[in-house]
Design a protein. Structure first.
Ligand SMILES: [Mg+2]
Length: 346
């Protein structure tokens, strides 16, 4: 749990001050929580708490706690050394302004060479994931918001896949209707240009290409999906809509368990996830070591469960900052051969 003595709290409605008794107050708007040492023992200090309202939609102590991020520089060496799995979103997490910077791609290689298991978790299509699984320094890639995972078997370099049994191909009439309604009701939105490479979802572009539409338009598209009984998530560039009962989190847990013997009860602190936008929220909420790149703050009003840590830099540079922090704390800033040793144990 976060130690707020070390934490750098963010946002105009957050503040920290001494209470005169050796503890500290955490202020969330007009809500005050007294924390003696950690947020574990926080309790409501303000008797009027239930009447106060926060611009972030915070209604309870629990809400306040999950809405706080602290700087990645506060990660401890013990937390970094406990990590085994590095999961990350791609768009606006590894990328910056639509490009994959040298810094974040190099960071993937350094993490890989340090023996960590690397798994991008993305809304991008099957066609892209084929390339990523084969050519990037990764152990697998979850695609189309959790419909499937692709990975390459080191022996024989065979590409393997696991698909969620509830996934429905994207020619389903419900998805066609969602797309037709969106194109009529939200002028300027369009099918994503990577749609031809998709198997199970439709992606509606609102901000990957010009003209960039406001987030309010993306939310209107999501509302159409909700009305039609179709699952949908908003990323920083697309609204993705699908039929099956899955998301990024459920597929990540299923596959890590099957492939690496991961136990979600036992091993949750061995996972770090890095993301940037509302479609990453299930991961932010689930993994106590989740991190946001700095641009996650753009979506603060749309994300209740913010990640525990935040980078100071945006996009790919933020990911590189997080990777360097982890590697430095683990005492392996550059690949030192640990990779082979680690893999023998998996
Ligand atoms: Mg993203």
């Amino acid at each position: 749990m976060v130690n707020i003595r070390q934490g750098q709290l963010i946002g105009d409605h957050f503040g920290l001050s001494e209470n005169g008794f050796g503890g500290e107050f955490l202020y969330v708007g007009r809500i005050a929580i007294l924390a003696q040492h950690t947020l574990d023992d926080a309790f409501v200090h303000d008797e009027d708490f239930p009447r106060h309202r926060s611009p972030y939609g915070i209604r309870s102590v629990k809400d306040a706690i999950v809405h706080i991020m602290i700087s990645i520089s506060n990660m401890t060496a013990a937390q970094a050394r406990a990590l085994r799995f590095v999961l990350m979103d791609i768009d606006d997490t590894l990328t910056t302004e639509g490009k994959l910077p040298a810094e974040s791609y190099a960071a993937l290689w350094k993490l890989h060479e340090a023996g960590l298991v690397i798994v991008p978790i993305t809304g991008r299509p099957a066609g892209w994931c084929d390339l990523i699984a084969r050519e990037w320094p990764v152990d697998g890639v979850v695609g189309e918001n959790g419909a499937f995972v692709f990975w390459e078997e080191p022996k024989g370099r065979h590409l393997k896949s696991l698909t969620n049994p509830s996934a429905v191909r994207n020619d389903a009439p419900e998805l066609t209707r969602v797309l037709e309604r969106a194109l009529v009701e939200i002028p300027g939105c369009r099918p994503a240009c990577d749609q031809f490479a998709r198997l199970y979802d439709i992606a509606i572009d609102f901000a990957e290409e010009e003209p960039r539409l406001p987030l309010s338009d993306a939310l209107r598209i999501k509302k159409i999906c909700d009305d039609e009984g179709v699952r949908a998530k908003v990323s920083s560039i697309h609204v993705n809509a699908w039929m099956g009962n899955y998301d990024k989190l459920s597929m990540a847990i299923t596959w890590l368990a099957a492939r690496f013997g991961y136990s979600d009860e036992r091993d949750r602190n061995s996972v770090i996830f890095v993301g940037d936008s509302p479609n990453d929220e299930p991961m932010f909420a689930h993994f106590p070591m989740a991190c946001g790149v700095a641009n996650v703050r753009r979506y603060e009003s749309m994300i209740m469960h913010m990640p525990a840590f935040a980078a100071s830099r945006e996009g790919g540079l933020g990911f590189a900052e997080i990777a360097e922090t982890i590697l430095s704390l683990r005492g392996c800033e550059h690949g030192n051969g640990a990779h082979d040793t680690q893999r023998e144990r998996t």
